[in-house]
Design a protein around this ligand. Structure first.
Ligand code: NI
Length: 183
């Protein structure tokens, strides 16, 4: 087993073009991809996130990691990695507050399906299947959207988006369009 020290990857902020691109499926889980996933996971925890998708660090691949409960159960970490994920079912609707590491300090209510069933591959290439509800279901939907260039502001009611317009413009204007974040 290879061992290496995980690194923090710079998280792209709203305004960065990679956040609006459609990510490509992964066709082979190489050692490089495994290292990338380790870094993505490490970055999620270091940034106090409950999910992080590859496009958020500028890598346009259909990969994300989530761990909706690590901050409330004695910080026990159980990362769920999904590669080439696909939703099989959606059920119900629920509204709750969300944030996103690509939108510092913005938290807004977003409507999502209450329960979802998702499948994909884990970092070992093994097929995995999750039935999720509550926060777990919400995070899966939020991260999945990142793979299609969809952001949580797109899911907000128009009026809320209008209220946020100035803050969004400010974020955009301090973000380099391709790469390193200024703000
Ligand atoms: Ni996000």
């Amino acid at each position: 087993m290879r061992k290496r020290k995980a690194e923090i990857l710079p998280v792209r902020i709203y305004g960065d073009r990679s956040l609006r691109k459609i990510a490509e499926p992964v066709d082979k889980i190489t050692d490089e991809i495994k290292d990338f996933i380790a870094n993505l996971t490490f970055t999620m925890y270091e940034k106090d996130g409950v999910g992080l998708a590859a496009p958020q660090v500028g890598r346009l691949l259909r990969i994300f990691v989530v761990d909706p409960f690590w901050f409330n159960e004695e910080n026990e970490k159980n990362p769920v990695v999904l590669i080439n994920p696909k939703f099989l079912e959606f059920e119900g609707q629920t509204q709750s507050e969300e944030g996103c590491l690509s939108f510092p300090d913005i938290y807004e209510k977003v409507m999502r399906a209450k329960k979802v069933v998702i499948e994909g591959l884990n970092e070992k290439g093994k097929k995995v299947h999750y039935e999720a509800d509550e926060l777990f279901a919400r995070v899966l939907q939020h991260e999945y959207d990142h793979l299609d260039g969809i952001l949580f502001i797109d899911k907000m009611p128009k009026l809320r988006r209008m209220f946020l317009k100035k803050r969004l413009n400010d974020l955009e204007s301090t973000t380099s369009k391709d790469g390193v974040n200024i703000g």
